[in-house]
Ligand binder design. Structure first.
Ligand code: DGT
Ligand code: CA
Ligand code: CA
Ligand code: ZN
Length: 598
């Protein structure tokens, strides 16, 4: 999703919230909220559109278009700034606590004078919310939990924002004359679900022009540290970026070092010692004074360190990561595996997995349209899916128990009819008609078996009763797995990163049930969810569970999300054998006939 569109979406959403809490017109607020969603899901970048062009986006009216145009040309929205000024920053921070929200934050401020997150936590612990309307004992606990979640995510950045920013940075630095190589490293290259900061690595004879280019970027707000080998900045979005520039001959060693993880690096260091080498952020070196001819290019003098960093000998040219791993007696290890979860041992045994790749995906089994809460039409979603080169594609709009979506049997059947017509026009793409069922508190789902049998594929997800106890939660999910019409369990833990924790459930029991019944578990690729998370996928795989890497797209740009789910899958060592939507249609079809063949 384009970054700019996301920024605008957030500003419009904030504007809507502020209208609401300052007692403005609720109808107006809703219009801005709708516009926020429309802009966020708009497939094209907003840059370059004027007020007129903006108004062409469905859901964007005249006054929204003017505000967005103002933002695009001046970088601010006057009306928003005015509303912001009415509310202290600490109160706005309180609004971001998942279980508080704008309305309650304002009433806490107005009624109790609580003006920051810290003051709020203190008031709850001191039992000072008791008498206030709408704040029972349980809500105090919930709020504390919300604060904890917010602090845990502690300024970490979601994968889509980080990826987009990193790609812009690499493009900008690569374009500087004298830059010979540039890539991002760190946790982002390892595809962690969130990143603390972005690490960019480049090679050049002279570092100064590259450092200058970074600090002069329009979206850089602050320079934290500036030096010849490393410069750190903060972007306007609050993300820290570290740029390191090294000599070309150190590229391989530096890329390994700054990709990490730290634990993987420490493991490599032990391997290096065995090979008579030393690996550090300054490069790959032969051990102290030992110059027995391993040196590859006679650069010994340059490489010799006399600055007290250690007694290492000659620098070993390490132009690529391959060379570094080879020097340590190892095959190249893919970055998502570099977490010291047994990858070095597996590499030594020659047993590294052949990781599933984004290009292996043959389809998407969980997507929405504007029949429920999606933004795009059936036709638009299908066209975008076809352009991705998929061989199958499932439309899975919400089922009726999610009441606000107003689904009916008639609507569902009419969509199926339309989909079958569109299917005739598709040459390569097989269209599947599905639904996303709601797993009830007792494990039942929306429709009776006869109706369910009419779908090609059913995803079933928890959308309610998040607070059930562990036993009940486990029971309902096992029952869903046992339903012969349920093929995929969607976003199993229901977490939203930094906003809502996972439900309390015995995952091992659910994994065992999924494996036994031939029910796939989803890796929901939305960067806000990434559910299941990598450690749990790894555990599920040990039970023999199969996975479906889906977008859960609610707009056409979201169909690109599986690149993030693939990151999770790779971090969990998955191969194509583990992922049902890498399989041919023939094989997937057998899997979807859950009862018949297994
Ligand atoms: P993050 O930014 O918190 O999401 O995680 P990383 O892994 O990107 O960590 P960061 O940015 O602090 O450092 C980038 C890489 O540099 C890290 O993955 C490994 C390497 N590194 C940093 N500090 C150390 C260290 O003390 N020892 C070793 N061996 N490697 C380090
Ligand atoms: Ca980092
Ligand atoms: Ca860093
Ligand atoms: Zn969904």
């Amino acid at each position: 999703m384009p970054r700019l569109n996301d920024q605008v979406r957030e500003l419009l959403q904030e504007y809507a919230d502020l209208i609401n809490i300052t007692g403005g017109d609720a109808f107006r607020a809703r219009a801005y909220e709708k516009a926020a969603r429309a802009v966020g899901g708009h497939p094209e970048d907003l840059a370059g559109l004027d007020a007129k062009g903006l108004q062409q986006i469905p859901g964007v009216g005249k006054s929204t278009a003017e505000k967005v145009a103002e933002y695009l040309s001046t970088g601010r929205i006057g009306a928003l700034e005015k509303l912001r000024a009415e509310i202290p920053a600490g109160v706005r921070e309180m609004m971001a606590i998942p279980s508080v929200g704008p309305k309650r934050a304002l009433s806490l401020y107005r009624d109790l004078g609580i003006a920051s997150v810290d003051e709020l936590a203190e008031a709850i612990r001191g039992d000072k919310l008791g008498g206030v309307a709408g704040f029972g004992e349980r809500s105090g606990e919930k709020i504390l939990h919300g604060i904890e979640l917010m602090r845990q995510s502690g300024g970490r950045t979601l994968l889509d924002t980080a990826t987009e920013l990193a790609e812009q940075l690499v493009a900008a630095i690569s374009a500087v004359p004298g830059c010979t190589r540039c890539a991002y490293a760190g946790s982002l290259r390892r595809m962690r679900e969130t990143v603390g900061d972005i690490d960019v690595l480049a090679t050049a004879e002279e570092s100064a022009p590259l450092m200058a280019a970074l600090t002069e970027l329009p979206y850089v707000a602050e320079v934290i540290a500036r030096g010849p080998t490393k410069t750190s900045v903060l972007t306007t979005g609050g993300v820290q970026v570290d740029l390191r520039v090294v000599p070309e001959e150190d590229w391989g060693a530096a890329l390994v070092y700054f990709t990490g993880s730290k634990a993987h690096n420490i493991k490599l260091r032990t391997m290096a010692v065995r090979a008579g080498l030393k690996l550090s952020e300054y490069g790959l070196f032969e051990m102290g004074g030992d110059t027995d001819g391993k040196r590859t290019d006679g650069r010994g003098k340059d490489g010799k360190r006399t600055d007290g960093r250690g007694k290492e000998g000659a620098k070993v040219v390490s132009a690529t990561e391959d060379e570094v791993y080879a020097a340590l007696g190892l095959p190249w290890i893919a970055p998502p595996l570099r977490e010291d979860r047994g990858e070095v041992e597996a590499a030594l045994r020659g047993e590294l997995p052949q990781l599933v790749q984004e290009s292996d995906l043959r389809g998407d089994l969980h997507t929405h349209t504007d029949l429920t809460d999606g933004l795009a039409t059936l036709e638009e979603m299908i066209d975008t899916a076809a352009a991705r080169g998929y061989s199958y594609y499932a439309v899975t709009d919400h089922a009726p128990d999610l009441v606000m979506q107003r689904m009916t049997d008639e609507k569902m059947l009419a969509q199926r009819e339309r989909l079958r017509q569109l299917a005739d026009r598709q040459k390569k793409l097989r269209l599947l008609h599905g639904t996303e069922l709601n797993i009830g508190p007792d494990g039942g789902v929306d429709w009776p078996p006869e109706f369910l049998a009419g779908f090609d594929v059913c995803v079933a997800s928890v959308h309610s009763h998040f607070g059930l106890d562990r036993a009940a939660q486990t029971r309902r999910l096992i029952r869903a797995c046992e339903n012969p019409h349920v093929h995929v369990i969607g976003h199993l833990t229901t977490r939203r990163i930094g906003r809502r924790g996972p439900i309390d459930v015995d995952l091992d029991a659910v994994f065992a049930a999924a494996a036994r019944t031939g029910t796939a578990i989803e890796i929901n690729s939305s960067p806000q969810r990434l559910d299941l998370r990598d450690e749990d996928v790894l555990r599920a795989k040990k039970h023999g569970v199969r996975f479906s890497i889906d977008s859960d797209a609610h707009a056409t740009p979201h169909l690109a999300y599986p690149r993030f789910g693939i990151g999770t899958a790779q971090r969990a060592w998955l191969t194509t054998e583990d992922v049902v939507n890498t399989w041919t249609w023939q094989r997937l079809k057998r899997f979807l006939r859950k009862d018949a063949l297994r």
